[in-house]
Design a protein around this ligand. Structure first.
Ligand code: 5GP
Ligand code: ZN
Length: 119
């Protein structure tokens, strides 16, 4: 079952429109918007409308919606023109990996050279 809207969650507030964002694509299950502090020329976040704390919880509970997030990431990369040169889809999971917003989200990063490993 999808978790309800969490009143204290920033990304739930973006889904509901209570916090503004530059939205680039929406589906019945997902919302994608530009990161407020971009780390690359293209830096977009793709989130499920439903609240799950991270990608593992989302994919365990709603694998079809997790697939929607991944498909949207690819569609955005094509639309933004970063698919040709290469891009990265990242799910930071846990504070030790840099996760700061505990509503599942994919970062879609591209438009510059990307190093591997990321550090
Ligand atoms: P995390 O660190 O959890 O993987 O990623 C959270 C991302 O959310 C960060 O890249 C951060 O810049 C972005 N972010 C935080 N607050 C806001 C906001 O109010 N609006 C938007 N558009 N992005 C935000
Ligand atoms: Zn949330």
């Amino acid at each position: 079952p999808s978790l309800p809207h969490q009143p204290d969650c920033l990304f739930c507030k973006i889904v509901s429109g209570d916090v503004p964002a530059t939205i680039v694509r929406e589906t019945d299950t997902t919302v994608a918007f530009r990161d407020i502090n971009p780390q690359a020329p293209t830096h977009i976040l793709v989130i499920p409308r439903a609240h799950y704390p991270d990608a593992a919880a989302l994919s365990a509970a709603e694998p079809a919606v997790a697939a929607d997030v991944l498909r949207e990431a690819g569609e955005i990369a094509a639309e933004e023109g970063i698919a040709e040169t290469g891009y990265r889809v990242v799910f930071n999971t846990g504070s030790g990996a840099g996760q700061t917003v505990f509503h599942a989200h994919a970062h879609v990063l591209g438009g510059r050279g990307l190093q591997w490993p990321p550090g």
